[in-house]
Design a protein around this ligand. Structure first.
Ligand SMILES: Cc1cc2nc3c(=O)[nH]c(=O)nc-3n(C[C@H](O)[C@H](O)[C@H](O)COP(=O)(O)O)c2cc1C
Length: 267
């Protein structure tokens, strides 16, 4: 396919991850990188390098085709604790720009709270019928305080000294300040929250758990019900998780997706 630039944006997005050195500064040890690069990765005759798959391609695609935005959940079926723990871990493991993790995931089990939320979500039944209801909130006006919290965690996990992170801190704080000056800070961080949503849904599908992503809600009202005022966090989107009801006709609908030629561009 010819390289058609008309559909490309020309402006450089704010908040793209910085140079390679920045990642190194984040405490990723050179040795760790070398070990990864030289680990026992099988090489195919064609020269293509591959890692052993975690699930087969057909298992992955079967899960993704099985997933659909569930409208009616079986209110009796609950996600087992072990499965839910894995899904919470999938949320925690979500990638984010610079690794800043500008989010909170509010897992709402209380039915009374859910009923209040439902009233601000177009009355959608998923809110109360699902097993676990997750509200994805973004940290607004991200700044130096959050950066320091993140750097403290790098020090704790990677056992590096705080001094080695001085340059990385400057890079992060400057990036956030620049995004704020352009009025794009909160939008940038909100994008990260959607990555977590996608990872959550795909992970759930692999575990046989149904989900319904939900933007059909009033974020400000959700913030009120969840008492988010003063926390710095705001509702972005939600996701119901559980098991599809036998009566959900949407489970039988064909998936409507554009053909590969319309959306995949090989350059
Ligand atoms: C960010 C986002 C918000 C959505 N909000 C809602 C919602 O509020 N209620 C709903 O029933 N479906 C919602 N959907 C589901 C979409 O309508 C659905 O994913 C889309 O039609 C494709 O269908 P499929 O997910 O079943 O393949 C949302 C999907 C996304 C990704």
């Amino acid at each position: 396919m010819p390289c058609n630039s008309s559909w490309r944006g020309s402006s450089q997005p704010v908040g793209r991850d910085g140079p390679r050195e920045a990642t190194a500064a984040a405490g990723r040890l050179d040795g760790e990188r070398r070990a990864f690069a030289s680990s026992a990765v099988p090489r195919l005759a064609s020269g293509v390098t591959t890692n052993p798959p975690r699930v087969s391609a057909s298992e992955l695609l079967a899960s993704l085709r099985w997933r659909y935005a569930t409208k009616r959940f079986d209110p009796v079926k609950k996600i087992p604790d072990e499965t839910w723990k894995a899904l919470e871990e999938a949320l925690i493991l979500s990638p984010s720009s610079y690794g800043l993790q500008p989010w909170k995931f509010l897992v709402v089990r209380d039915l009374g709270v859910r009923e209040k939320l439902q009233a601000h979500a177009w009355g959608q039944t998923q809110v109360t019928e699902c097993s676990h209801f997750v509200v994805f909130a973004v940290r607004r006006d991200l700044g130096a305080e959050h950066v320091d919290h993140y750097l403290d965690r790098i020090v704790e996990v990677r056992k590096v000294s705080r001094e080695t992170l001085t340059g990385f801190r400057k890079l992060l704080v400057t990036s956030l300040e620049q995004a704020a000056a352009k009025g794009r800070l909160n939008e940038w961080q909100t994008h990260q929250v959607y990555i977590a949503l996608g990872q959550f849904m795909a992970s759930a599908a692999l575990l046989g758990v149904d989900t319904c992503p939900m933007e059909g809600l009033a974020p400000e009202r959700f913030d009120e019900v969840l008492a988010l005022a003063g926390t710095g966090y705001r509702t972005v989107v939600a996701c119901a998780a559980g098991y599809r009801g036998a009566d959900d006709k949407y489970s039988r609908y064909e998936k409507v997706r554009f053909a590969a030629k319309d959306v995949i561009v090989h350059v």
